[in-house]
Design a protein around this ligand. Structure first.
Ligand code: IPE
Ligand code: IPE
Ligand code: MG
Length: 256
């Protein structure tokens, strides 16, 4: 089934905005995977060990989300602000991304996982760009869960890019100002075609968004755990899903 068809059919039956009750399972889970450095520090290890361990958690959670029938999983891997980190940590992170893509490709393929990325790819090392492209290519006929990695992603930057795209359409006479609406903006973002996240998880306790999916999370249910990302496991995911299922989503309406 082509990707667009999957998304369209899904949003018709499960979209959270057209009904006021929440489906038990979130269609789209977005995760701010934080606390790798703290995990390593607690264990007296170098920060980068936390990133390496975090990659194991990615594998576990991707597999579990795919197994239980999540439609879309978006993972915040590297923000547009993370370039402020020391060069050796940046080098390690880029190498880790590259090796994740090489190692996990067979699993993504086997599990029929659709693969995409959001964020400015052109600033990444060429080797990472190549592995992203190759993973997209190999997974292009998959029809199962969508896995989206946010790499060099910033929500504000994404909105700036979208405004530029829309302004160009207007300037070239292909769009009139009065036709700019929420759906034009949504489809000009990197996440075009994906349902908005229903559940936003942040690990390691910080109560902030850190420039993640600013437009898309307007009605996401937020769930924060003190657990660091390397310690996040299937039982923590189940805790989040259980809490989500008990929430009442009202989208500005009244209790049903
Ligand atoms: C998240 O863990 C991974 C990235 C942001 C790349 P951190 O590296 O931010 O870990 P803490 O927050 O320092 O513990
Ligand atoms: C958010 O974590 C980015 C990722 C998880 C990739 P940060 O560690 O960069 O966030 P801040 O700096 O604590 O806000
Ligand atoms: Mg952090």
């Amino acid at each position: 089934m082509p990707k667009s068809q999957t998304v369209r059919e899904f949003s018709k039956s499960e979209s959270s905005l057209d009904g006021m009750t929440s489906p038990t399972l979130p269609a789209h889970i977005a995760i701010i995977m934080d606390g790798n450095g703290r995990w390593a520090k607690q264990k007296g290890l170098p920060r980068v060990e936390g990133h390496a361990q975090g990659m194991q958690t990615v594998r576990t959670i991707v597999e579990e989300c795919s197994r239980i029938g999540i439609h879309q999983l978006t993972l915040y891997c590297f923000s547009s602000e993370n370039w402020k980190r020391p060069q050796p940590e940046l080098d390690f992170l880029m190498q880790l991304l590259e090796s994740y893509l090489i190692k996990e490709r067979p699993l993504l393929f086997e599990k029929n996982i659709r693969f995409s990325t959001i964020g400015r790819k052109d600033m990444l090392p060429g080797s990472v760009q190549n592995e992203i492209d190759e993973t997209i290519r190999q997974c292009s006929n998959n029809t199962g869960m969508g896995l989206c990695l946010a790499i060099n992603y910033g929500g504000r930057q994404e909105i700036v890019d979208a405004v530029q795209k829309i302004a160009t359409l207007v300037k070239d006479g292909n769009l009139s100002i009065s036709n700019i609406n929420e759906s034009v903006i949504s489809s000009s973002l990197n996440t075009s075609g994906m349902p908005d996240p229903d559940l936003l998880i942040r690990t390691a306790g910080e109560m902030r968004i850190s420039n993640f999916l600013l437009w898309q999370i307007s009605y996401a249910e937020i769930w924060v755990t003190d657990k660091t990302w390397p310690d996040f496991d299937i039982s923590t995911l189940n805790e989040a899903l259980g809490d989500y299922a008990r929430r009442e989503r009202r989208f500005g309406g009244l209790k049903t």
